[in-house]
Design a protein around this ligand. Structure first.
Ligand code: MG
Length: 372
């Protein structure tokens, strides 16, 4: 007999500002610190955690941290106080009236999954149907001088990472790939343009077939599927959509159009774990592999990503590399570190990691507490 989760008795919304060891540059800009909302849901003496992956400004997708803080703190969390939710589907129903803002909705949904899994005494991976003790991971290297990139490729290959992904943009593409392939002819290599090109850039895009890339990620507009289908019909290299896939419906349309032959799943981008599983499943139905992308998450978001990556169609290495690559001090007690390109799945109920309260307090900008 399953015991029902007691009513949500408390919630906390923090704004966290975590400095990055090295600034991270992609085609749309440079990030020097990771700023994010951290949600805690409390019920039955347990706590569930999740972090938001929206940026301060709408330069990846349309959401902003200010908008998410307002929606979560003023509307969503107050609507949950003192109420019982039988399972994550009940949370999805609560969130269903609100359009877009998937990263904000996902933050609450993911915290509930963690809380619910802890109540049931099960690891998150078990609840969602995943398995295994570790997942394959690669790294994503930001834009910088070619010499420095070659050195970083070498060090990460030596650490055993199973795939190197290079961020590219117009003017920082073919010369970079020629240099990396000359030095590393056999590594698993991919590129991510974060929507920096258009179909009219065929003179460059057509040459990407020359570098034995595992896939070319999101070369065209952030909300496009049709032009990616045209590009895929001209390229031998598989395309991988990231920004364009905001839901399982988008995934289905992109797969039907042959606009993507690999999908990068980010839980926040698609609105939560339940929708991420639906994207995973529709991709599997098309025999298209998926992998788990990263948004420079702290240990809380990383732990969620690792559990999700234990589902069977995560057949390519994900982006959840060692937290120590990004942060001097993480906000969790456990060290999420890879060994030979494998990231161990945190053990224990829920996401399996614990907040380091001192570390968290030191990087907290604001705290909003709610109670039933
Ligand atoms: Mg991407």
């Amino acid at each position: 007999m399953t015991r029902s989760l007691p009513p949500i008795e408390r919630a906390e919304l923090r704004l966290v500002r975590l400095p990055l060891i090295n600034p991270f540059t992609i085609s749309t800009g440079t990030m020097a610190e990771r700023v994010f909302p951290l949600v805690t849901l409390s019920a039955g003496g347990l706590e569930g955690y999740a972090e938001g992956v929206m940026d301060p400004l709408p330069d990846f997708l349309e959401e902003t941290i200010a908008g998410a803080m307002d929606l979560i703190g003023e509307t969503i969390l107050p609507a949950m106080m003192g109420r019982s939710f039988e399972n994550p589907a009940a949370i999805e129903k609560l969130l269903s009236p609100w359009r877009g803002n998937r990263m904000a909705l996902a933050t609450v949904e993911m915290a509930f999954w963690d809380l619910w899994a802890k109540w049931l005494g099960l690891p998150l991976k078990t609840l969602i149907g995943g398995s295994g003790e570790a997942v394959d991971v690669g790294v994503s290297l930001g834009i910088g001088p070619i010499d420095g990139t070659l050195a970083r490729v070498e060090s990460h290959v030596a650490q055993g990472y199973k795939r190197i992904k290079l961020k590219i943009m117009p003017g920082h593409d073919i010369e970079l790939l020629e240099a990396v392939r000359r030095a590393f002819p056999d590594i698993r290599l991919s590129v991510d343009a974060n929507s920096a090109y258009r179909l009219s850039d065929w003179a460059v895009l057509g040459r990407l077939d020359d570098f034995h890339l595992e896939y070319v990620e999101q070369p065209l507009a952030h909300d496009d599927i049709a032009d990616h289908a045209v590009l895929q019909s001209r390229l031998r290299t598989p395309l991988c959509l990231d920004e364009s896939i905001r839901s399982a419906g988008h995934a289905r349309r992109a797969l039907q159009a042959d606009a993507t032959r690999v999908i990068n799943i980010k839980v926040g981008r698609v609105g939560g774990i339940a929708e991420a599983i639906r994207v995973h499943d529709i991709a599997a139905a098309f025999d298209v592999p998926v992998w788990c992308g990263g948004m420079l998450e702290s240990g809380i978001g990383r732990a969620h990503n690792i559990h999700l990556s234990t589902l069977p169609n995560f057949r390519k290495p994900g982006d959840t590399s060692s937290a120590s690559r990004y942060f001097h001090r993480d906000i969790i007690v456990e060290k999420l570190e890879t060994m030979d390109g494998r990231m161990p799945v945190p053990v224990g109920p829920g996401i399996g990691v614990h907040l380091d309260r001192d570390a968290l307090d030191a990087v907290t900008q604001s705290v909003q507490s709610l109670s039933a």
